[in-house]
Design a protein around this ligand. Structure first.
Ligand code: PA5
Length: 420
């Protein structure tokens, strides 16, 4: 079966240091798999998800698909980035009968009135369902979007019918959303208590919207489970050791995508790595880079600027579509494919950047399948958790995010609120 491959091009001393971290990483991997730390439920969730839960997700997805043209997923951070990444990444040949599934649109990941007004104008003519996702159940951005969209539904369908079009994913026991879901009888799924937002894409949080979009979620889960079974956990461990060795040398990690289908996966990765590793004054700052677009804007800095970064290059080996250049003007390019040009960019860029000492990690993704998406997600989650533990930080908390939320709520309740 298809398998993600990871290759390293960097100075020997970095690889030697990484090798030296191997025994420690092995021990930490055992700790993770024994689930002795809080928030480690994700390590075997995808492989062991109960058939009953999976069938219920698929049944609910079919129900949603039969009821609407638009499914609005309301959430922020880990509550929407994974589903968005999968929708962009997975080739629709991997979905069931295109055309029968609603368009999935996203809300509540910003506080832009313009964005939400335009979204409402775009969808209001069609049938709509809402899927509100929030682990805490009280995050401001999705809460505001939920209020605005619930109002739209109420105006369109009347209160009772509107409420029947709302689906929720939240904590099993606590929070404002849980209370509202219980009071109004929303069809709900629980985000397992031992899985944090950014590690939740392979739970109902990602699976329900993807199933509602017609994607074969069993393939995603099989891909993730294959990583857990196969030597990809070893590959994740090696990657974690290399990243830990690089973290003490470089301040920035650029995640470069060579195909737009991978851009949202990079956004998901930025949250995963940034929020898990960026604490206690540690971590390499993760940045997304679009290739070859950004070689024509940031390329000068990469080649010649302050050498503060290392690169993680995400390359799809078998593109979903390709074009062979033909025609009377093709000249030297005649018979060449886009994929060949893309590979030339990868090789040319690596060669140029290696010449000035940039450490390069290459992640080869076999294709844009649901299987590969699941595998890649699991490999990155494991890599991230192990890197954080090797660095000595807690990869499962996010005190910095909480601090901003507190500041914003204080502002709303105090001077900002009073001074409206
Ligand atoms: O990883 C996390 O837990 C956070 O980034 C959350 O995903 C984000 O803050 C959204 O929180 P919630 O799902 O509670 O609304």
């Amino acid at each position: 079966m298809d398998k993600v491959r990871i290759a390293y091009e960097m100075d020997e001393d970095i690889l030697t240091e990484a090798k030296g971290l191997g025994a420690k990483a092995d021990a930490l991997k055992d700790v993770l798999y024994e689930k002795k730390l809080p928030f480690t439920g994700w390590v075997d969730y995808a492989a062991n998800i109960p058939e009953e839960t999976l069938s219920r997700i698929e049944k609910t997805a079919r129900e949603i698909a039969g009821r609407c043209a638009y499914l609005v997923v309301i959430g922020i951070g880990g509550s929407y980035l994974g589903a968005k990444a999968a929708l962009s990444f997975i080739d629709r040949a991997d979905s069931k009968q295109p055309g029968e599934w609603p368009e999935v649109v996203f809300a509540g990941f910003n506080v832009s009135g313009t964005y939400h007004r335009k979204l409402i104008e775009r969808i209001k003519g069609g049938d709509i369902c809402l899927l509100v996702i929030s682990k805490s159940g009280g995050t401001l951005e999705p809460s505001v979007a939920f209020l605005a969209l619930k109002q739209l539904l109420t105006e369109k369908y009347g209160r009772e019918r509107a409420l029947s079009r709302i689906y929720a994913i939240t904590d099993a026991a606590s929070g404002k959303l849980k209370a509202e879901a219980d009071a109004n009888g929303y069809t709900s799924f629980a985000l397992p208590a031992d899985i944090g937002g950014r590690y939740s894409v392979l739970t109902p949080v990602g699976l329900l919207p993807l199933a509602a979009a017609g994607i074969d979620i069993r393939q995603i889960l099989a891909g993730a489970a294959s990583a857990e079974r196969d030597d990809l956990t070893e590959a994740a461990k090696t990657l974690a050791c290399v990243r830990a060795a690089l973290e003490s040398r470089k301040d920035v990690e650029t995640f470069a995508f060579f195909d737009p289908s991978v851009e949202d996966f990079v956004s998901w990765s930025l949250q995963l790595f940034g929020e898990s590793e960026g604490k206690d004054g540690r971590g390499a700052f993760p940045v997304g880079v679009g290739i070859s677009r950004d070689l024509h804007s940031l390329g000068q800095f990469f080649q010649d600027g302050k050498q503060i970064f290392y690169e993680t290059l995400l390359f799809v080996e078998e593109p979903t579509e390709d074009i062979t250049i033909t025609g009377p003007d093709a000249g030297d390019y005649a018979g060449r494919t886009y994929h060949e040009f893309n590979r030339a960019v990868l090789e040319g860029m690596t060669c140029a950047h290696r010449a000035v000492g940039v450490p390069v990690i290459r992640v080869y993704i076999p294709k844009n399948s649901a299987w590969c998406f699941g595998q890649l997600v699991y490999v990155f989650e494991l890599t991230c958790a192990l890197t954080g533990l090797l660095m000595g930080v807690d990869p499962f908390n996010q005190p910095g995010v909480e601090a901003y939320k507190k500041g914003m709520l204080e502002y709303l309740a105090g001077a900002g609120g009073a001074g409206r």
